[in-house]
Write a protein that binds this ligand. Structure first.
Ligand code: TRP
Ligand code: SF4
Length: 399
C-alpha cells in the first residue's frame, strides 16, 4: 500500500488553537483515510533544545495527551515517540554518509533559525543534520504523503533528493554495478572522471547542461558497447531499483486561525490561545484583543475586514452570527464587547470537551505509556524492514 502518511511534531511546549485548526484537524481527517504514522519528534526537539531535556520529557507526554484529547485514535493512527525507535537515528546516520554538505547549508531554515534563536548555540552537527533526520523519519515508513506546513517544504525536498540519490547509488544489482564499473574503466581515466563530475553536478544540483554534456561523452565513446552505454546513461539520471520511496508534500493550508493580533498564531509572538487554556484566561485574552481602530467609541462604526476579531468569527461563528457582526459593526448597532462575547462563547464551547478529555488522559500515565509502547511496537516493525533493505545494499548485512 502506497498511501502511507507520516508526520511529526516537536515537543517544545503546549499546543495552541492555531495548531488545532491547522495541523491537527488535518491529521484527524488523515487517520480515517490513510495508514498514518504520527510521532513526537523528540530527537528533533533536541537539535535546538539539547540544553533542556526536562522540558522535552514533559512536553513529550503533554503532546501525546493533547493529540488524544483532540481525537487522534491509537486504533486508527500509529502514535509513537521518535526516540523509542532507534532505527530513526540509525537511518539518519546512514543517510548522512551520502548527504552533501551543500544541501544542508542551503536550507533556508538553517540560517534563519540560527539568527532567530541567537540565545542558543545552533552551530552543531545535530542541527545541521536536521533534514537528514527528518528524511529518515519519512523514508523508514515508505510514506507516500507528508502533511507539513510551508516552512517544512525545503526539508521535504531534501528528503526526496536523498531518496533519489540513495536509489541511484545502491539501487542496482551487483551484476549491474560491476558492469558499470567495468564500463567506466573502459572509458579511460580522463573520460571516467569527467563523467563522474558531470553526474554529480546533475544529481546534486540538477544542472541540465551537465547531463547533456555527459550524454555526449557517452555517445561519442567508442570504447564501450551498446549495453554498457545504456547502463551508464541510466545511471546518469540516477535510475535504479527503488529502495527508498520518494514522498510528496501534502501542504497544510495556510493558517486559518490567526493570532490575537492578526499575525500568525505563535507562542513566540505572545498572541496565542492555548488549546487547554483556562476559560477565564481565554475570555480575558479575547476581550482585550485589538479591534478596528476606527471604532474609537461605542457609536463609531467599524469595518470587520480591518479587525483582528473578524477572522475568529470566520472560523467559529455561524452564517447568521457573521451577518449580525457585519451589519452591527458597520452601523455601530453592536459594541465590540457584544461582538467579542459571541465569540468567547464559541471558543469556550470548543475547548471544554478537549480540556476535559486532556485532564482524563493526563490522569492515566500508565495508559499513556501503553499507547506509546504499542505504537512503538508497530512503528519498529515497519522501520526495521526498511532498515534491513538499507543495511543490505550498503554492505552492512554481514553477508
Ligand atoms: N520538522 C518538523 C517541524 O518542525 C517536525 C518533523 C520532524 C516532521 N520529522 C518529521 C514533520 C517528519 C513531518 C515528517 O514541524
Ligand atoms: Fe471588530 Fe467586532 Fe468591534 Fe467590529 S464590532 S470592530 S468586528 S470587534
Amino acid at each position: 500500500m502506497s498511501t502511507t502518511v507520516v508526520s511529526g511534531m516537536r515537543p517544545t511546549g503546549r499546543l495552541h488553537l492555531g495548531h488545532y485548526h491547522g495541523v491537527l484537524k488535518n491529521w484527524l481527517r488523515l487517520q480515517n483515510e490513510h495508514e498514518s504514522f504520527f510521532f513526537v519528534a523528540d530527537l528533533h526537539a533536541l537539535t535546538t533544545h539539547y540544553e533542556h531535556p526536562e522540558g522535552i520529557r514533559q512536553s513529550t507526554w503533554e503532546l501525546l495527551v493533547e493529540w488524544l484529547a483532540v481525537g487522534l485514535e491509537p486504533e486508527k493512527a500509529t502514535l509513537f515517540v521518535q526516540s523509542w525507535i532507534p532505527q530513526h537515528a540509525e537511518l539518519a546516520l546512514l543517510l548522512g554518509m551520502l548527504t552533501p554538505l551543500s544541501w544542508l547549508e542551503r536550507v533556508p531554515t538553517f540560517k534563519d533559525q540560527q539568527e532567530q534563536l541567537r540565545d542558543r548555540d545552533l552551530a552543531t552537527f545535530g542541527f545541521l543534520g536536521y533534514p537528514a533526520l527528518m528524511s529518515a523519519d519519512i523514508l523508514l515508513y515508505d510514506a507516500a504523503w507528508v502533511p507539513v506546513g510551508a516552512d517544512q517544504v525545503a526539508h521535504l525536498e531534501i528528503c526526496r533528493e536523498l531518496a533519489r540519490r540513495f536509489n541511484s547509488l545502491y539501487g542496482r544489482s551487483t551484476a549491474d554495478a560491476e558492469a558499470a564499473e567495468a564500463g567506466l574503466r573502459a572509458l579511460g581515466k580522463k573520460l571516467k572522471q569527467q563523467y563522474q563530475r558531470l553526474q554529480e553536478r546533475y544529481q546534486q544540483e540538477g544542472d541540465e547542461a551537465a547531463i547533456a554534456q555527459a550524454r555526449e561523452i557517452l555517445h561519442g565513446a567508442a570504447s564501450i558497447n551498446e549495453t554498457t552505454r545504456i547502463l551508464l546513461l541510466a545511471m546518469l539520471e540516477g535510475k535504479g531499483r527503488t529502495i527508498l520511496i520518494e514522498p510528496k508534500a501534502l501542504l497544510t493550508e495556510a493558517a486559518k486561525m490567526p493570532g490575537l493580533d492578526g499575525r500568525k498564531m505563535s507562542k513566540s509572538y505572545g498572541n496565542a490561545i492555548g488549546l487547554r487554556e483556562e476559560p477565564e484566561a481565554v475570555r480575558k485574552k479575547l476581550l482585550t484583543m485589538p479591534t478596528d481602530p476606527a471604532r474609537v467609541g461605542r457609536h463609531d462604526p467599524g469595518e470587520p475586514e480591518r479587525c483582528p476579531v473578524w477572522p475568529f468569527h470566520q472560523v467559529y461563528s455561524s452564517t447568521e452570527t457573521r451577518a449580525w457582526v457585519m451589519e452591527g459593526c458597520r452601523s455601530a448597532g453592536i459594541g465590540c464587547v457584544d461582538c467579542k462575547n459571541a465569540l468567547v462563547e464559541k471558543v469556550l464551547e470548543e475547548q471544554a470537551p478537549i480540556r476535559e478529555r486532556a485532564e482524563d488522559w493526563a490522569a492515566q500515565p500508565q495508559r499513556l505509556r501503553e499507547i506509546a509502547a504499542h505504537g512503538a511496537e508497530k512503528a519498529r516493525t515497519r522501520a526495521e524492514q526498511t532498515l534491513a533493505r538499507v543495511r543490505e545494499v550498503m554492505g552492512l548485512d554481514g553477508g
